[in-house]
Design a protein around this ligand. Structure first.
Ligand SMILES: N[C@@H](CCC(=O)N[C@@H](CS)C(=O)NCC(=O)O)C(=O)O
Length: 199
């Protein structure tokens, strides 16, 4: 979504994780997606770093400059919230969504623990439509995909949870142009294929 909003046209290679292309593993042995290779040959292999790279090239929607409302904050507090999502929420999301991949894990226990972060976001969102004020910023687009996963794990349960501001925020994210524009399914890339450009 950051690549799309910053209009960084890229050659896109869709892949299946059980059959990673050799070239990808050569440039990024860590073997996770996404991986971005820049024109200069720099390899960026963390999604947040890809977002920041794209927005530092071009940030027409000012995602790196959230509105400076007193109860919200600046770039630093935005990175702090994204970091806390990774550390305090994502591990619980994984154990709730993929409990069978872990030993001796109770998914509902992790769902309850994940709700602390959800409740915090809901409180924040009672002050403004987006996490850092009246317009979306990096934090919204970095965090919302994980909240979407959390919601979709049991959408019936989620739809009855008492987080009205968060529900609204998630819906406006799902209807936003950056999200809708990147949900296209692409065929899996193989060497020799025609180049697919996107964003
Ligand atoms: N912190 C990394 C996490 C990336 C990650 O773990 N991606 C998963 C897919 S969502 C992956 O590539 N897993 C490797 C595999 O399943 O083989 C990032 O945000 O880029």
């Amino acid at each position: 979504m950051a690549l799309s909003v910053s209009k960084q046209t890229c050659e896109v290679r869709e892949l299946v994780l059980r059959n990673k292309p050799t070239h990808m593993l050569e440039i990024s042995p860590k073997g996770t997606v996404p991986v971005l290779q820049t024109r200069e040959g720099q390899v960026i292999e963390e999604s947040l770093e890809v977002m920041i790279w794209a927005l530092r090239q071009n940030d027409p929607e000012k995602w790196l400059q959230p509105e400076q409302l007193p109860e919200h904050g600046d770039e630093f507090s935005m990175f702090d919230l994204i970091g806390r999502c990774d550390v305090e929420f994502k591990p619980h999301l994984d154990r709730y969504k993929y409990a069978n991949r872990y030993h001796g894990v109770d998914p509902i226990d992790h769902r309850t623990k994940a709700e602390d972060f959800i409740a915090e976001l809901d409180l924040r969102l009672s002050n403004g439509k987006w996490l850092f004020g009246g317009r979306p910023a990096l934090a919204d687009y970095a965090i919302a995909p994980f909240i979407r996963q959390f919601a979709n794990t049991d959408i019936e349960w989620f739809s009855h949870t008492p987080y009205p501001y968060l529900h609204k925020w998630l819906n406006q994210f799902l209807l936003s142009e950056p999200f809708l524009s990147i949900m296209e399914k692409l065929p899996v890339w193989k060497p020799g294929d025609q180049i697919t450009y996107r964003y």
